[in-house]
Design a protein around this ligand. Structure first.
Ligand code: MN
Length: 446
């Protein structure tokens, strides 16, 4: 079985001696990995864990030893795992699930309320306030693929652009995707509205200019952990052991450019100008209490055997509450917070994480530690659960109204979009993903 089991690190009664951890997005049951450096410095980013309002410097902690000696810790393996993460998170990723687990247990016990004074002293010396650091992408991202796995998103967009509610037949048989670029992935990028070519309906010649239909896409980022060798497909029962964890991803989309260029090939300029990531990777082990059975509506085909399996049927889904908020320039100038404009859940996806890994590798394609797979826009069954503004505002026909009275058919210059995610379930401690934030700047006229 490749799916992590519940263990002591999911104990709902466990609290931390670090007060800010308890009740935050980042309690000790979470322990997400990222990269940080002191604010306004040119230092290299280094590996850290978010705990409460602090970041735990793994490189510093790896030079200490008391915290690795607690009963229940595999000291030898956890030590090697901490040293690997201190060097590069991808080194830890390549070590596999046993090492990920050993380090998680050691960190959990070192942060738990009953840790010894000596251990608390060691850990405290490796903490820095999140408010004092700059966060980078959680790992140096190698390659980026973006899937298209929400039936509701596919249906809603078809309706919004007048193609009708029929979803392409291949959607129901395999998770489909395009290969994107990692070069324009980043944490909190403010980016310029892209220039490009688009065809206005009824015209015979395309226009070149700033994108007129700029959108966001609420997605999750799947971080590959273990490599698979070129020519060695990953099977369903192994798929999740190749995945290190999940984050949030905003696949900014220039709809006018995208729809003109996308027939008959895939997305290109409509997507490649910017993609935002949240700074933290929530591990698959942290997500163990929030798994759901995979359920396929009987109105749709059941997966072919190579995309099916017992693990999938038992707990292929993940229950993650997700939201999109928008903050216009006017809201920012008035000191208003970003306003929530939609809310949905990752459990609504037609295809699961393991199925995406299998489909990606079935022909022999090799994935590497640090690669990111976007899930595709996440939309739920009702109109309010839409993961893109093209759905919410029905391709501009029905603009949404913000609390300032401003309206939006698509995004305006100065708009910031904030994605949030959290897992909550009775009998488990709530864990959060933090924020994925990005802002639209005016285009640079060519
Ligand atoms: Mn996308």
């Amino acid at each position: 079985m490749s799916h992590p089991a519940l263990n002591l690190t999911h104990d709902p009664q466990a609290t931390s001696w670090l007060d800010s951890a308890n009740g935050s997005d980042f309690p000790i049951q979470n322990l997400p990995y990222g990269r940080f450096r002191p604010k306004a410095s040119a230092e290299a980013f280094r590996c850290g864990l978010a705990v409460g309002d602090q970041v735990l410097d793994i490189a510093h902690l790896a030079t200490q030893s008391n915290w690795l000696q607690a009963p229940g810790v595999d000291t030898a393996l956890a030590t090697r795992a901490a040293q690997a993460a201190a060097h590069d998170l991808r080194d830890l990723m390549r070590m596999g699930c046993a090492a990920w687990h050993a380090l998680r247990v050691a960190l959990f016990l070192a942060l738990r309320s009953d840790a010894s004074p000596a251990v608390q002293h060691e850990v405290s010396s490796a903490l820095q306030a999140l408010s004092q650091v700059e966060l980078g992408t959680a790992v140096q991202v190698g390659e980026y693929t973006d899937f298209y796995t929400s039936y509701y998103h596919a249906r809603n967009v078809g309706i919004a652009v007048g193609r009708g509610s029929d979803v392409a037949p291949n959607f129901f048989w395999m998770p489909i995707a395009y290969h994107g670029r990692a070069s324009s992935l980043g944490v909190s990028p403010a980016f310029h509205r892209p220039m490009g070519q688009a065809m206005t309906p009824g015209q015979t010649q395309p226009m070149y200019g700033p994108c007129q239909r700029l959108d966001y896409e609420l997605e999750m980022a799947i971080y590959v952990g273990q490599d698979n060798a070129w020519g060695s497909p990953v099977s369903m029962d192994q798929a999740e052991s190749h995945i290190f964890g999940l984050g949030l991803l905003n696949d900014w989309s220039a709809r006018d450019i995208q729809f003109w260029e996308m027939a008959p090939l895939g997305p290109f300029q409509g997507k490649n100008f910017a993609t935002s990531l949240s700074p933290w990777i929530v591990t698959m082990e942290a997500l163990a209490p929030f798994r759901l059975p995979f359920a396929r509506d009987t109105a749709h085909p059941q997966p072919l055997a190579y995309l099916d399996g017992e693990d999938l049927r038992g707990h292929g889904g993940i229950d993650v509450n997700l939201s999109v908020s928008l903050q216009s320039a006017q809201m920012r100038s008035q000191g208003r917070e970003a306003q929530e404009i939609s809310r949905t859940n990752f459990k609504h996806q037609h295809w699961c994480v393991s199925q995406m890994v299998v489909q990606h590798t079935v022909g022999g394609c090799n994935l590497h530690a640090g690669d990111v797979l976007g899930t595709g826009t996440i939309s739920g069954p009702t109109p309010e659960e839409a993961g893109a503004i093209i759905e919410l505002a029905q391709a501009g026909k029905n603009p949404i109204t913000l609390e300032t009275g401003e309206t939006r058919a698509f995004l305006s210059d100065g708009d910031a979009v904030v994605l949030r995610g959290a897992c909550e379930r009775a009998g488990a401690v709530r864990i959060g993903f933090g924020e994925c934030r990005g802002e639209v700047l005016p285009s640079i006229q060519a």
